[in-house]
Design a protein around this ligand. Structure first.
Ligand SMILES: *Cc1c(COP(=O)(O)O)cnc(C)c1O
Length: 457
């Protein structure tokens, strides 16, 4: 007589044992996923003839080994309920699903640097470079690690050991100790500062270009600040014409990198990449994870001979992108190539920016109803609020938004906001009127339900 195989407990029973073993701090979903993987292994062993395989200590050490990796990763997903669309501390632009999948696929052996026809060596940036040129209408493109790197590279390749003309009112600090004067110095060039804090004239550019050691004119989008009042700067077109007459390249660090601009109707318009090229800028640089809506990257587009000079620079090798990021970028740019409507519906950052206050009020009303119906201690009230683009784009402008104010009996707003940060997934919100404000503009559709569960439990 053979012994009966031990009964396999139900998932609910197993999850209860998880709690008894103190594993619930990983969150119920993580425990369920780990137990389900361990159960798959157990069933496979039984099928292979090990009839005594059971939910025993070996099973639990496997569950713990699973929990020690993915659910324990500190750089993990979070919910952004701050209303700041490109929240730098929460990782800027959320990726489109296509980008996530493309990156995952490229993580394996991939067509990273190989020519599939000849089997010989290929160039890893070629697909993205070609798409960049296609979507911006530029002659050529080049992706590097981030936009900070594009400026370092451009100045190094075009002006190392020589001089760069730059207006004082454009000498920005971006944050994280990235300051233009220091970047130019690090690239080995000397700065020729022109104009004043508030004004710069065409004549200032003209005078500076007289210096024969000048080999580059650099202009920088003010991005994260605005100078108002008595200000002036010459139109980009006129500076470009002056540069071209003297054979000097004009590089424009655009920062946010809006592609067409019309997807941001209603917002104070960021200067689009295409318009900057049309104004005569020889190279335009922008970020991949700001208004392009993709992964961290620095994108350079413009005149082919200059792009090629940058590509050949030793720094380009130091600043190159990982294959997974290149695949994600290729996906994001492919969506942009389908046109603005596709971009606004399929790229989360743009889709979130395009949501109207009316749409968000409806969202908030439905959300609050679920919370209040659950009859738990958390109460939700629908409110209008003001979000932001974030990451230095349109810095002085509010995004009219809507969300819910949460209160919980016996908890202060500070305690409740802390409870949300400690939750799984960690959720980031703001405090307003002594309550916790969830701005629903930046919450993804599938996250609404997760939040509702979190708040009703
Ligand atoms: C954001 C920004 C940068 C830095 O870009 P990263 O992609 O964060 O490196 C540089 N210049 C300007 C004008 C910016 O707005």
């Amino acid at each position: 007589m053979t012994e009966n195989p031990p009964r396999i407990p139900s998932m609910n029973e197993i999850l209860e044992s998880c709690a008894e073993r103190g594993l619930e701090s990983y969150g119920r979903e993580a425990c369920r996923a780990a137990c389900s993987r361990a159960l798959d292994g157990l069933r496979a062993r039984r099928k292979a003839g090990d009839r005594l395989s059971a939910v025993d200590e070996a099973f639990w050490s496997q569950v713990e080994a699973y929990l020690a990796v993915l659910p324990s990763i500190q750089l993990r997903g979070a919910i952004n309920a701050t209303g700041v669309v490109l929240h730098t501390n929460l990782g800027r632009a959320p990726w489109p699903q296509e980008a996530v999948e493309a990156a995952g696929a490229a993580a394996n052996a991939s067509l990273c640097e190989i020519d599939r026809h000849t089997g010989g060596r290929g160039r890893r940036d070629r697909p993205v470079s070609e798409l960049l040129a296609r979507v911006t209408g530029a002659e050529a493109g080049l992706p590097v690690n981030n936009n900070a790197a594009t400026v370092l590279l451009a100045v190094s390749a075009l002006a190392r050991g020589r001089k760069v003309v730059v207006a004082r009112k454009e000498l920005v600090e971006i944050g994280g100790s990235y300051r233009m004067p220091e970047v130019i110095a690090a690239a080995g060039a000397e700065m020729v500062e022109i104009g004043t804090t508030n004004r710069v004239h065409l004549k200032d550019f003209e005078d500076a270009m007289e210096d024969p050691e000048v080999s580059l004119v650099l202009r920088i989008h003010p991005s994260n600040f605005r100078i108002q009042g008595f200000t002036k700067e010459p139109p980009m077109k006129e500076v470009a014409a002056m540069c071209h007459a003297r054979g000097l390249p004009l590089v424009y660090d655009l920062g946010s990198g809006v592609l067409n601009g019309s997807e941001l109707r209603g917002l104070e318009l960021e200067h689009p990449v295409q318009a900057s090229l049309a104004d005569g800028c020889d190279l335009v640089t922008f970020s991949g994870d700001k208004l392009l809506g993709g992964p961290q990257a620095g994108l350079i587009v413009g005149a082919k001979p200059l792009v090629e000079r940058l590509r050949r620079d030793m720094l380009t090798r130091c600043l190159r992108l990982d294959k997974t990021i290149l695949a994600a970028l290729e996906a994001v740019l492919s969506i942009h190539a389908l046109g603005e409507e596709a971009a606004c519906t399929r790229i989360p950052a743009l889709q979130r920016l395009a949501m109207t206050q009316e749409q968000l009020r409806d969202r908030a009303t439905a959300f609050a109803e679920v919370i209040n119906k659950a009859g738990k201690t958390v109460k939700a009230t629908v409110v209008d609020c003001a979000g932001r683009v974030g990451s230095g784009a349109s810095p002085t402008e509010d995004l009219p938004s809507a969300g819910v104010l949460l209160t919980q009996d016996g908890l202060s707003a500070e305690q409740l906001v802390q409870r949300l940060r400690d939750a799984e997934p960690p959720t980031f919100a703001r405090i307003q009127d002594e309550a916790v404000l969830l701005d629903l503009r930046t919450v993804a559709e599938h996250e609404l339900e997760i939040l509702q569960q979190l708040l009703s439990s």
